[in-house]
Design a protein around this ligand. Structure first.
Ligand code: ADP
Ligand code: MG
Ligand code: MG
Length: 213
């Protein structure tokens, strides 16, 4: 039932916090090349707040939708910055898709991620090719939806989708920024991947590794 899903999601958010902590310096260095250098610390603040909020909600017996919405709100409140607001949008959209009543199926998770990609684009106005986290999120959601529609288990489809997101994040190195702070720094970011795309792929990979077990 949804409370069991909620407890699992709280565990995934804690693993996300740990992975972001381990890569915070690297994310900050990437953001310092063409941004303001705060992507590592912002993601740490957001992921840590989200994991703490999720743990508290899970302990109080919240369903998956309530837990994801609460975690998204905490992330956006505490992270600051563009990526914090967007991770709030992602988690709140996943929460709406999940709800509190039904067990999460692969179809529902894939549909939630497709909706999350659309919500991020509606909120931030970036499109694929603008050198933002959209460049990892959209191919991730598309790959996941295709795998699930093909009859794969969520963990199998997620593993492939995470690899797709990682490749897509690396490929943002070849792009010129069209959105966000990096835009005003012009071609300084050429040859360097977008930090928000890299952190999104890192989170997708971390979650995928745990779903497989
Ligand atoms: P800030 O840019 O406010 O300092 P962060 O450094 O935490 O925030 O996040 C920067 C990342 O946010 C970028 O690498 C990019 O992936 C993402 N980003 C910035 N603007 C947008 C946008 N309009 N839409 C989607 N993602 C964006
Ligand atoms: Mg920044
Ligand atoms: Mg900033």
């Amino acid at each position: 039932e949804s409370r069991e899903d909620a407890r699992r999601i709280a565990g995934l958010l804690d693993a996300t916090r740990a992975a972001i902590d381990a890569h915070a310096d690297e994310l900050g260095r990437l953001d310092a090349i063409a941004g303001d250098g705060d992507h590592g610390i912002g993601m740490q603040r957001g992921a840590s707040a989200a994991a703490a909020e999720a743990a508290g909600l899970a302990a109080r017996g919240a369903g998956a939708g309530t837990l994801l919405a609460g975690a998204g709100g905490a992330w956006a409140d505490r992270a600051g910055g563009t990526s914090g607001a967007l991770w709030g949008v992602i988690l709140r959209t996943l929460g709406s898709a999940a709800g509190d009543d039904d067990v999460l199926t692969g179809e529902r998770v894939a549909a939630g991620l497709t909706e999350a990609a659309e919500a991020v684009m509606a909120y931030g106005k970036a499109r694929v090719g603008d050198k933002t986290l959209v460049d990892a999120l959209v191919p991730f959601a598309e790959s996941l939806a295709a795998g699930v529609a093909d009859g794969q288990s969520l963990s199998t489809a997620w593993e492939t989708a995470a690899k797709t997101a990682t490749k897509a994040a690396q490929d943002t190195a070849d792009l010129l920024p069209g959105m966000g702070r990096a835009r005003s720094h012009g071609d300084k970011s050429l040859g360097v991947p977008d930090p928000g795309a890299v952190s999104l792929a890192l989170i997708a990979t971390t979650v995928g590794g745990l779903l497989a077990r």
